[in-house]
Structure formats: structure tokens, C-alpha cells
Ligand binder design. Sequence first.
Ligand code: ADP
Length: 777
Amino acid sequence: MSLKASSGTTGSVPGPPSSSARGEGLSTLAQAALALRATGDLGTACAIACSCAVRALEASESRLLRVDARSGAVRLLEESGVETPYLPEHGGPVEAVMRSETALFDDGSAASAVRETLLWTAPPAALATIPLTTGSMVYGVLLLGFPGPRSFSGADRMLMQTFADGLAMTLERFELRGMLAEEHQRLLELERKKSADEEASSNLMSVVAHEIRTPLTAIKAYTETLLDSLANPHTPRERFLGIINDECDRLTRLVTDILDLSRFEAGQRPLRLSRFDLQRIVQEVADSLHAVARPRQIGIEVAVDPSLVIEADADLLRRLFLNLLGNAVKFSPGSGVVRVRAAAQGEEWTGSVEDDGPGIPPEDLPRVFERFFRGRQPGEQQVEGTGLGLAIARGIVELHGGRIWAESKGTGGSRFCFVVPLRQMASPAARRIARQIALRPDLRALFDQTAEMVAAAMDAEIVSLMVVDPDRGDLFIVASRGLEGQNLAERRITVRSGVAGSVAAWGKPVLVNNIETDRRFLRLNHPQYSTKSLLSVPLRVEGEVLGVLNVNNKVSGAAFDEHDLALMVALVERVGSAVERTYAYPDSGRAVEEAREAVRSLTRLRRDYLLGTRSVVRLARATARELGMTGADIDVLGYVAAIHDVGMIRVRDQVLCAPRPLRDDERQELTQHPEVSIEIIRPLEYLGSVRELILSHHERWDGSGYPRGIAGEEIPLGSRVLAAVDAYESMTAGRPYRAARSRGEAIAELQAGAGSQFDPLVVEALLRVLEREGGES
Ligand code: ADP
């Protein structure tokens, strides 16, 4: 097949290929479609797509760009499967195509046109830029370059678009397969965890019951004996009371251990960090054990580097050494020696505790850290214990980000070893990202705007955004609201300490109802916090926790709730993906600027009374749950319910406040607000489902809505929920130009609209929710 442009030119621009060439082109495309369907590898798909597109369409070169579904970052996909970040040229065809989702054909007549120069060795004369879309999701962009000017006939365009549609479906398939595999993995994980948890909890119950019964039986027996012999002066009262006292102590120990362990295992114990000299702590523990060790002539040798200073939770480390040394003494033969060592090794310290006891059978080595595991002690008297000591030791080491294991010494006896970071720091990956971020002063402005936006959206007086310091590995305040006049430079926190440090370490958002009674944190409130409730949410970039957003003092004085938390998580996720996009393009200021603009609009929502009210968010989420939607979909809907009217910012002045019928142009503008909303949040939002929900929330069940006039189940379920909830809310709350209606009237209106304006099933679900709420209030 000839690569030269065919004849039939008009002026300097050659015409489309002849019909026989097109016939060949069609068959190449058909083959490509088959090959694309069969391949399971992205690089191969790219190779097939590019070579076939070039052949079939007589292009000289082609490029395939992929759009990351989560962050919206654009990457050049190469045939090797390698992807490199690519920043579309400002005002260029890729940017335009991603925005409008329609193809652009540049015939080469305007020599000055932007042709995405960095993509080619020699920029093409003519360029076709075709979006790869399915539904409302842009999966990528295909670029076809032509060596000379070229006109594109309708048939050409159709051919290219058909090819692009096939390719988009392939990319979507890869995306969906990835998501499916992730989901599957998550489900398996959940199932595994659930059955392990169930088993563990039923084991725990029976073991706990058993462990508690032993001391209780003793206490009961001795108390009864004492009661029966009140009159008998020869009863050894003191001894019996001593036994009862010891058994009570044992019960207390057991209960404390179980409680501590459950908190460690739930990852719910922030560290109270300080810097101290380890030798002193270990020596104190060793001294406290001498009373037990000395009668059996057991020696305890402490070999801890005297210059070793660590940053850790001192109480927990005392407990770690007490448990390990306690076991070692317990299992040592008379006159044995217990050795404890510790020394620094790079950024970590290593420790070990060893004894000359019976050692641990190889099959027990991996199990000794399980809770309630107790090895058999052949031939010897039963050694006292709860079987929780080592589980607690492991919990302590892991809470510090370290690891612990058991070994058998070659000469008999056991050795417990552990490695723990010298200081609590953010992960190396998070610090690497933080270093890139630190090079971008313009991100400071985005962070600042984010603090403002979160304060507005969450209705909070105090917001602080902390990010990882790449050099020190702790977190500092990079932006805040409501903390003016305070010395922010000093308010650094260490990873794993306090609420924010725990969120940085756990990577999970936290809702604290009352900081003074929350068992996880148990601390006194700082004076600047007038309410006891707070939210702390991780800011993730490329999967790593780059920082933490903290929110205190709700203006209303009320406590934050799960709906607030879900909204804040959604907002912070979007900021994270905007940062991620700038991170992918180290020298672009534009991505940051666009994200700032979007964040600024979200900030305005509250001021303009366009932030979905709390009741809209709550009702939308409750109705979604009633309809059996999944957790992730409910969260997306809750977020959309809060921000979907952002497009109204641009039209509200003319429309919302007008106490008169709308003029045609105003009505026209009003009906465009879903599209305007999408446009505004685009720099933060690449999740197709969010755009789709916003776009469709004014569609009607019977197809008479706007902007697309779609009907029935073509309208996404979330949008159908939002339409009903929005209508109910606006009827009961009223508008400047319309009085509020009663709840009963609004319900009647919803029922009347079921089947025409609203999805009847959605109305039913919403009414059930309202009824329940009515019953509660
Ligand atoms: P406890 O000592 O209260 O039974 P632990 O969790 O501390 O509970 O230990 C669990 C089991 O691990 C013990 O029952 C014992 O079988 C084994 N083990 C722990 N430390 C040693 C040691 N130093 N030498 C031999 N076996 C040990």
C-alpha cells in the first residue's frame, strides 16, 4: 500500500485516498479490530493500533496517549508498553479534544497550528486528533500525523472515528479488567479477613472465658471457705486472702492485656513519642526482674550501646522488654544466663533477647506471636502465662513500624530479634514525592486555597493541612485557617503520634466524636478547639500519604458525622489527584493554576448557597443505600450531591434571584449549568461517573429533561436519586421567588411526578427514607 497521499487535490491540500485505497484501509481496520479484541497486553494493543492506523489511513506516524482514569494525567503509551508523562500543549489539539470529546482534523493549511511538537521527531504537516471515548469517559487520544497537507473527507473521518471507537473499547476493557481484578482482590481480602476475624473472635471469646474462669474459680473457692469458717479462728485467713488478692491481680493483668492487644491489633494506638536513651530503659526492666531471677541464680546481661538514643513510645518499649525478658527468665534453667542486646544499624536499631532454655520447636516458631498461643512444655512443670505476651510484643514493634521474629539458637535456647526505625518518619516513597512537591512553590498556593475550600465546605473554623517534610520525615503545617497568631512553625508532628500522625501512618481517615473520651487518642483538648469533634483525612499522591488535612470547630458547634467525613474524603481525594497530575509534569504551572481555579469555585459554593445542604447529602446517601447501591457509589453520589450545582455560580445572579419568569436566554443559560459544572470541576475530576451524574441530574424519567433528553434507565441511577432529592429539598426549603411547601405537599408532589419526572422506584425509596426519618423526629 502506498504511503503517498493520493491524487485528487484541491489547491495545495491533497484529497482523501481513492476508493480502492479506502477498501484496503477498511480491511486493515477490520483485521486490527480482531487483533485488538484478542490481545491482553496494552503494549501490543498500542503497537497494533498504531501500525494499522498508519497503514489504513495513510498516515506517516501515529501516537497513542492514555488518560489516567483517577488523576486525569496524560501518558504517552509506547509499543513496549512503557508509559511516559506527557503534558498536552496549551491551547493545542489534545487539550481541545479532551475537553470537547470530539475529533479535530487539521488539514495543514494553517502552518502555525499547534501539532504537539514534543510527540514527534519531525512535526507532521496535517494532523488528526481523535478522542478515545466511551460513555462520558475519555480513555485516551489517538494522533495521526500526515507528511503533507491533506483534506479529510466525511468518509475519512468516519473511518478514523470507527477505528478510534474500537480502540477506546479496548482501552476501556483494560481499565475495567484492572478494576475488576482490584475489586476481586479486595473482595477476597475482605472475605479472608472476615472469616479469620470470625474464627479469631470466637476463639478469643472461648479462650478469654476459659482464662477468666481459672482465677474466678480460685477466688470463689477461697471466699466460700472463708465465709464457711468465719467462726473458726484456725483458718489461715491471711494466706487465703493473699491468694484471692493474687488471683485478682492475675485477672486484672489478663483484662489489661486483652484490651491493649485489641487496640494494637486494630491499629488504634497512637504512639506517645519521646527521645530517650535505650540502655536506661532496658536496665530498669532488667533490674525489676532481678527479684524473680536471683533466687534461681539466673543472670541478666545487658549489652545495649550506651550512646543509642531512639525516638519511640517509652512505656511501650518498657513493656516490650518486660515481656521478652520475662519469658526468657521464665524459661531459663537455674543458673542460666539471659542476654539482651541492642545497637543502631543505619536508620534502624536492632535488638535481641536470648536465653539457654528449652528453645522453641521449629513448628512453633511462626506461631509463638499468635495471641493465646502457648507451646507445650514437655516434661516440665506448667509455666504460668496468658499466651498474650508475645502477641503484645509484636503489636508494639509493628506499631513502631518494625518487625520481630523468633529463632532457635544452635546451642539450644531461644532468641527473639527485632528491627525498629530509630526515628518515626514518613516512608521513603512519601518523602520522595514530598521532595518533588517542595520544588513547586506554586503548589503552596493550591494548598492554601484547599484549606480555604475545606473550611468553607466543612463549615469549620479551624483547618490545617500538614505535609511531609522530605528532609526530616515529619509533618509541618503548609496551610491553615483559623490558626492565625499561633506559632505554626513549631507545630510539627511526628508520623504515628497524635491524631494527625496516626492518620499519616495508618493512611485511613479518622472521625473523632469527642477527643476527650475517644479511646484511641485519649488526650485533653487544646484551648483553641472549642468543640471536641474533629476530622483528619490523609492526602494521598501516587498512593503515598503526602499529608493530612485536619478540621476542627464546626461553626454550628455540633459534632462532625460520617456524612461530613465522606464529603471531606472526596474533596481531599480530588486535591490529591490534582497534585498527582502536576507531579507527573514537573514543569507545568498550568495544571496547578487550573486546579486552583476549580478549588476556588468549590470554595464559593458555600458563600453562594449552592453547596448541597447537609440534608440533600444525607437524603441522597440514605436513598442510595435504600436502593442497594454500593459503598463507593454512595460516596460518589454524596460528593456529587454536595457540589453538583457549582455551575450555577456563573448563572445564579441572573437566574436564581430573579423574582419573575425567566427570559428565554436566561432559561437557556440555566439549562446549561450541568455542563458548566463539569467544566469547572474538570481539573479536579477525571472520574467519569462523577461527570456523568452531574450531567444527568436534570434529566427526567420520561425524557423531557435537559441537557440530553435521555430517559428511563439511560439516566444514571445516582442522577435519578439526586433529581428526586433535589426536588424534595427545594420544595420544602423554598426559594427566594417561591414559598416553602409543607412536607406532605412535597411528598404528594413527588408521588405525582413518579413515572414522568422521577423514577418511580427512586421515589418509593426516598419516601421510605423520609418516613423513617419522620418516625425518628
Ligand atoms: P506466655 O509466656 O504468657 O505463655 P507468650 O505470648 O509470652 O505467652 O509466649 C507464647 C509461647 O511462646 C509460650 O507459651 C512458649 O511456648 C513460647 N515462648 C515464649 N518465650 C519463650 C522462650 N524464651 N523460650 C521458649 N519458649 C518461649
